[in-house]
Design a protein around this ligand. Structure first.
Ligand SMILES: C[S@@+](CC[C@H](N)C(=O)[O-])C[C@H]1O[C@@H](n2cnc3c(N)ncnc32)[C@H](O)[C@@H]1O
Length: 182
């Protein structure tokens, strides 16, 4: 499935006000943003957003849409799986978004990029997704039940949920809201 064929995540939309507040402290970084279905939704609320992905064509599409709409967006091309620091300062991000992407070793980097008091919003598939017809099947991209908060030991969990949603399409998801102690 084209991940951008659907609109922003309802989980993201539920936290737009918190993200707008967080953006007063630093930009909102959308990790593995794709064409920016979530990054654009936050930028439309007036926040400055950094969209990071390794796919140049997706970033071009994101930058084009952002320009067209006149929203604040910086597209950053970087590969998150090389072990090298992306071109971002430590403790600079007001919030970090991660949707439909999992690379377990990234936990410490994301913790380091958040400002004290900064917010992490994370939503991706759990292993149960393999029982459904669509979505990833490789375990490397699927969370074990209860695993997501354990990837961020330096953050304080504000909410954590796992379960099935049927709209806009059937998904088994984990959703985490966590904050860096300030
Ligand atoms: C399933 S898409 C999710 C896109 C977006 N977060 C969303 O929810 O619509 C996964 C994205 O991760 C990006 N990606 C995969 N591996 C990456 C890596 N090593 N570094 C940066 N981005 C990566 C892909 O280019 C793709 O845009």
């Amino acid at each position: 499935m084209n991940e951008d064929a659907r609109g922003p995540s309802p989980f993201l939309l539920d936290h737009l006000e918190q993200l707008t507040d967080a953006a007063h402290e630093g930009p909102i970084l959308d990790i593995a943003c794709g064409c920016g279905r979530n990054a654009l939704a936050v930028a439309r609320h007036g926040a400055r957003v950094l969209g990071l992905d390794r796919a140049a064509e997706k970033l071009h599409r994101l930058a084009f849409t952002a320009r067209l709409e006149g929203v604040q967006m910086e597209a950053i091309r970087a590969d998150l799986e090389t072990g090298r620091m992306p071109p971002l300062a430590r403790q600079s991000c007001g919030a970090i978004l991660v949707f439909r992407y999992l690379y377990r070793p990234l936990g410490p980097l994301l913790e380091a990029l958040l400002r004290p008091g900064g917010l992490l919003l994370y939503e991706t598939f759990t292993l149960s997704q393999r029982d459904l017809p669509q979505g990833p099947e490789n375990e490397a991209f699927l969370l074990q039940l209860g695993e997501l908060p354990r990837l961020f030991p330096a953050l304080r969990v504000e909410s954590f949920w796992e379960g099935r949603v049927d709209q806009p399409w059937p998904q088994h998801l984990a959703r985490l809201v966590a904050r860096k102690p300030g």
